[in-house]
Write a protein that binds this ligand. Structure first.
Ligand code: SAH
Length: 392
């Protein structure tokens, strides 16, 4: 019998729905435990409160799978994945979407993205990786996809004691897939693209450009494969300048522009965003709309201060090159930068840029990346849309 006994007081957060137990929240471990094992969790008065998997190599020692005394088997995964899929069918266009978002779907460590009839999976922890074969079987059964691809080339796996690997698990298929997002065609490279190939989490924020960009000169910074740019053009932008430091991303972005018939209205620049924004200000360049969608600057709590300086700098510089009455779409996907902190950084940047910001709307990740109150870490993507005004 493998058991984890919690310290006094810890059970409250678990009972309220948080799925994580840290190393310092455990008072005793009973039985012979191997990394990745399924264990039962008991509170300090010896009552059963859940079942999860353990990894002594991770600070997040146990991740909860269930609060019932049920077997963690094929049926368990099948039921969880069907529930996740049923939810997507109600809230998003399921032609391409995130089918499973880990802890938010009560399947910690598991990511499943669907790009048309291809599924891409990530098993990010040892505990979930042990069930990979079963999970793949169940996915095959439920979706009968043309192919399943594994994108487990993620550094966090090494902390868990897992190798970085990628490749097809089922089917022989071209890893470049064309998806349809808000009527825009997008070529996704599931083999070499970032993460699982594409950032599905911004789908609804890209759609939010509608209205704001009509007839506009747009600067799309950190454009990756050009999705925000393509949406801007779809919604009537006059011209777009799309910037990224990755040559591979820009090559795909160009293919995407061609695919949608926008090549004549878009220009691509391979450059460091920090330099570019600084130079544009010096040169007196200006835009009606600027989009900032940087990578997560804060990878951990430790480099939060540096990250915040980075966010402030790009936002301040962007505000300075936006024409009076123009719009800033500014995002942060760092889990460690909370909503409050992010909004403070934006406010402080506007003060230094001598601008007034008018909030059009504040947005989050798309609905297929659910946010749980009981698990605040699930809110990671923030997207503020502001009108930038001179002081009157
Ligand atoms: N906006 C994109 C996603 C952006 S992901 C979309 O909607 O799909 C972040 C992008 O920032 C990556 O493509 C990465 O190559 C790029 N990047 C990272 N650091 C950068 C820098 N200093 N300057 C410019 N681009 C950078």
């Amino acid at each position: 019998m493998k058991r984890v006994i919690l310290k006094k007081g810890v059970h409250t957060k678990i009972v309220r729905g948080n799925p994580w137990i840290y190393d310092n929240e455990i008072s005793k471990v009973l039985g012979e435990i191997n990394p990745g094992d399924v264990v039962d969790i008991y509170d300090s008065s010896n009552s059963f409160i859940g079942r999860g998997y353990i990894n002594p190599n991770s600070k997040i020692r146990v991740r909860i799978l269930t609060r019932k005394e049920e077997e963690i088997n094929r049926d368990f995964f099948r039921e969880r994945i069907i529930r996740a899929w049923e939810y997507r069918k109600k809230v998003v266009d399921t032609s391409s979407c995130r089918v499973v978002f880990a802890e938010s779907d009560f399947l910690p460590g598991l990511i499943v993205d669907k790009f048309e009839d291809i599924l891409v999976i990530q098993t990010l922890t040892l505990g979930i990786d042990r069930f990979k074969e079963i999970i793949v079987e169940v996915l095959d059964e439920i979706f009968n996809p043309r192919g399943i691809y594994e994108r487990n080339d993620v550094p966090v796996r090494e902390i868990e004691g897992l190798p970085q690997i990628k490749g097809p698990i089922k089917g022989d298929f071209d890893p470049k897939v064309i998806i349809n997002e808000n009527e825009v065609k997008i070529l996704v490279d599931i083999e070499d693209g970032q993460k699982t190939g594409y950032f599905l989490d911004q789908r609804e924020n890209r759609r939010a450009l509608k209205g704001l960009v009509d007839g506009a000169e747009v600067l799309d910074v950190f454009c990756y494969t050009g999705s925000f740019s393509l949406h801007a053009l779809k919604y009537g932008a006059k011209r777009v300048l799309a910037v990224d430091s990755s040559k591979i991303a820009l090559e795909l972005a160009k293919e995407n522009a061609k695919l949608n018939g926008f090549l004549d209205k878009i220009e691509f620049v391979e450059e460091n965003a920090f330099h570019l924004l600084k130079n544009f200000h010096k040169e007196g360049r200006s835009f009606d709309v600027v989009i900032l969608d940087p990578p997560a600057f804060a990878k951990s709590q430790r480099n939060l201060d540096n990250a915040l300086r980075g966010y402030k700098e790009i936002n301040l510089r962007a505000m300075k090159i936006i024409k009076d009455g123009g719009f800033l779409i500014t995002c942060s996907c760092s889990q460690h930068v909370t909503l409050e902190i992010f909004q403070k950084v934006i406010e402080s940047a506007s003060y230094d840029a001598n601008k007034i910001l008018r909030l059009v709307e504040f947005r989050y990740q798309a609905k297929d990346h659910p946010i749980l109150f009981s698990y605040p870490e699930s809110l990671y993507l923030k997207c503020g849309i502001y009108q930038v005004l001179k002081k009157l």
